[in-house]
Design a protein around this ligand. Structure first.
Ligand code: 5U1
Length: 680
């Protein structure tokens, strides 16, 4: 049956609406409608396309979930070659570059440079014809790349159709596909948990996702893109300045890096390099440098290029985050929960300006999968605040006699049995609190900033206090016969004044909230958000203890599933845990600020039953107040964004959660939007 005009119009309207909301969400980080509303639009279009074959189109937003798998990668010849960039590693090289530009242009005044971060992803060219996405290709050798249109379509930040009407009829844009850091870390953590292969770095994650014949794979990965330039432009024109072209591209619906800017001369470039370098750790995406481009296209043309790199641009690299070194041995570290983790002891190597001599191998599964052996040459990686890790073995360099590390049968610290249940990645020491390593880690967690927050009680002091047998459990910290100014002052590098300060800090920590206390006692898999939900639900430690015998009751609490419920049950069933808790609260060592469990007002339809994450600094209330308001209305608050999150409430400096939410299709609300929701 032919499709009626009204159905055709309805499909077109739905496509326009969905594209508009994709842009608001993925490109502008500023969604207009809640998720559920978007899902309804999407489902309506899917249904129309399912009912009427004529309405299906490769550029429909429904294709973002992954269309048909390809049988091979076709090759695509780039209309204009995709250039590469020369690199500068030192300030003098940037000054020489600027001087060469001035000399060739026969100018003396400062040159305006368009500057932006250089992302560590994979370069692509995307061609639009009459405003519609036509073909997308990898860089390949610069002249010919692979057709990855099917995968590029799955990236929410890539428009299927251009906005406005003044775009060139043929427009090729160039940019970098990348996997935001948070998405990468969560992807790997998830893969690790399931014993699956992890990605070495976000760059490989992006490249690997594009090199898939089945677009459903790319659709399931949190990819994004920044557009940084153009190739072929026909049937229309763009501004004469690179910076203005970027603004025009943003106007057509592309995502350009928000950090892009214009600076004057080499000094301006170096200032930008330093400023971005300082913020490198906090950016939601990995960068390996910044790029300086002569802003004026007329000048770019005059300068031309040599071989495959333009004379008008240069990449200024930051110190590498990956280096090669040798594994001297594999040590075994015992964590708070008894997990026995292999740690590679390395020939010290400078990575990103810091000497690294140890790197984690995560767990036995990873060690075996990566097949790291003692004596191997390995690539290690240190990014942001994350612990350095062994990424891969340089197999070609393996020498005869490279030995496999063996999981010790006994805990290297307390000599208790180490067991690794069949099929599990993690091996554990069975010593519990008998094991001083577990005790030390448990104590470090107990006093940490988000737990009891005892300032000045750092890792080395805890080691000393445990090694010198002054304390064994958290309760001992509050026992004046054990921890006092004299016993503290007798420790290494502890002056009387520091001992006094520490006693004041211990005193100040005596009134934790129930949520902090529950987080501090270190029940497995009870993070801050779960601790808050438990505190909110049960109100008192006593009620939680009573309920702990009943996993079903525990699962009534938002965020608590069968695994966490079992951990809670196991924790409260251990006599030694009860003994510590009773010492802590029994003699009023700690006075826990408990509350009566709140009868949740189940009246607020927009919030009840929905899952929220709150991030960044809000101006009109604290994050805790915001969470309280959500809970009052029957909403749940969790700590990290996942597909199950309904709303992300974000304030200033939202960090990578916003990016993650954007990539997962979670509705992000700024403070105003949140207040509206509260009031509605
Ligand atoms: N940000 C950015 N990355 N990047 C890579 N701009 C940029 N420009 C490039 C490349 C290869 O090339 C043009 C200068 C041609």
């Amino acid at each position: 049956m032919a499709v009626s005009e009204s159905t055709r119009k309805l499909a077109a309207r739905l496509r326009d609406q969905i594209s508009h909301h994709d842009h608001r969400y993925y490109v502008l980080d500023d969604p207009e409608i809640p998720d559920a509303e978007y899902d309804r639009l999407f489902a309506a279009l899917l249904q129309l396309e399912a009912e009427h074959e004529e309405l299906r189109s490769p550029n429909s937003p429904t294709q973002r979930v992954g269309g048909k798998a390809q049988s091979e990668f076709a090759s695509v010849t780039h209309g204009i070659a995709m250039l590469s960039l020369d690199n500068a590693f030192a300030e003098e090289q940037v000054e020489s570059f600027n001087q060469r530009v001035l000399d060739r242009l026969e100018e003396t005044g400062p040159i305006s440079y368009a500057v932006e971060p250089k992302l560590d992803g994979t370069a692509v060219s995307i061609r639009y014809e009459s405003g519609k996405l036509a073909v997308a290709a990898t860089r390949g050798d610069g002249r010919t790349g692979e057709d990855v249109t099917h995968n590029i379509r799955t990236i929410g930040a890539v428009p299927m159709s251009l906005s406005g009407s003044d775009y060139p009829q043929v427009l090729e844009v160039r940019g970098e596909v990348f996997m935001p850091v948070k998405g990468f870390e969560e992807f790997n953590a998830h893969a690790r948990e399931r014993g699956k292969k992890t990605f070495a770095n976000p760059r490989n994650a992006a490249a690997g996702s594009l090199r898939q014949l089945d677009p459903k794979v790319a659709a399931s990965r949190p990819l994004s893109i920044f557009i940084y330039g153009v190739g072929v432009v026909e049937g229309g024109s763009l501004p004469q300045q690179h910076s203005e072209t970027l603004a025009a591209l943003a106007g057509f619906g592309f995502r350009v890096c928000p950090e892009n800017s214009v600076v004057e001369g080499a000094e301006g470039c170096l200032g930008y390099y330093r400023a971005i370098g300082e913020r490198r750790k906090e950016l939601a995406y990995e960068i390996d440098g910044v790029v300086y481009k002569v802003d004026d296209y007329g000048k770019q043309k005059k300068l031309g290029f040599v071989s495959r790199a333009p004379r008008w641009a240069i990449a200024h690299k930051y110190p590498a985050q990956e280096e090669m070194t040798k594994v001297l041995d594999v040590d075994w570290q015992v964590g708070r929960t008894g997990a026995v983790t292999p740690v590679a002891r390395l020939e010290p190597v400078l990575v990103g300006g810091v000497t690294v001599s140890n790197a984690t191998l995560h767990n036995m599964d990873e060690l075996e999968r990566k097949d790291v052996r003692i004596g191997d040459a390995v690539v290690i990686r240190r990014a942001g605040d994350v612990i350095p890790e062994v990424v891969s073995v340089v197999a070609k360099r393996r020498k005869k006699g490279a030995r496999r590390a063996k999981l010790p049968a006994r805990c290297p610290v307390c000599k208790s049995d180490v067991s690794r249940p069949e099929g599990e990645a993690v091996a554990r020491c069975s010593g519990g609190l008998y094991c001083s390593a577990q005790r030390k880690e448990a104590l470090k967690h107990f006093v940490s900033r988000r737990a009891l927050d005892i300032e000045g009680l750092g890792s080395k002091l805890i080691d000393q206090l445990v090694d010198s047998k002054i304390i064994k459990t958290p309760a001992d910290l509050f026992d004046p016969a054990k921890v006092n100014t004299e016993s503290l002052a007798a420790l290494d590098r502890m002056a009387e004044k520091s001992a006094e300060n520490l006693m004041v800090a211990i005193e100040a920590s005596r009134k934790p909230t129930l949520a902090r206390f529950l987080y501090a006692i270190g029940i497995r898999e009870v993070g801050e958000a779960t601790a808050e939900n438990l505190a909110e639900y049960f109100g008192t430690l006593g009620s939680l203890r009573t309920a702990s015998a009943d996993p079903e009751a525990l699962q009534e609490v938002p965020d608590v599933g069968p695994v966490v419920a079992e951990h809670i049950q196991t924790f409260f069933a251990q006599p030694h845990n009860i003994e510590v808790i009773e010492k802590l609260v029994g003699a009023n060592a700690l006075v826990i600020a408990e509350s009566t469990p709140r009868e949740v007002e189940r009246t607020h339809a927009a919030i009840t039953g929905k899952t929220f994450v709150v991030t960044g600094t809000l101006s009109g209330m604290s994050r805790d107040e915001a969470k309280g308001e959500i809970r009052k209305r029957g909403g749940k608050v969790t700590g990290s964004v996942s597909k199950k999150t309904d709303f992300l409430v974000f304030g200033d400096k939202p960090g990578s959660k916003l990016e993650k939410a954007q990539n997962l299709g979670v509705t992000a609300l700024d403070e105003q939007g949140f207040l509206k929701l509260l009031g509605s």
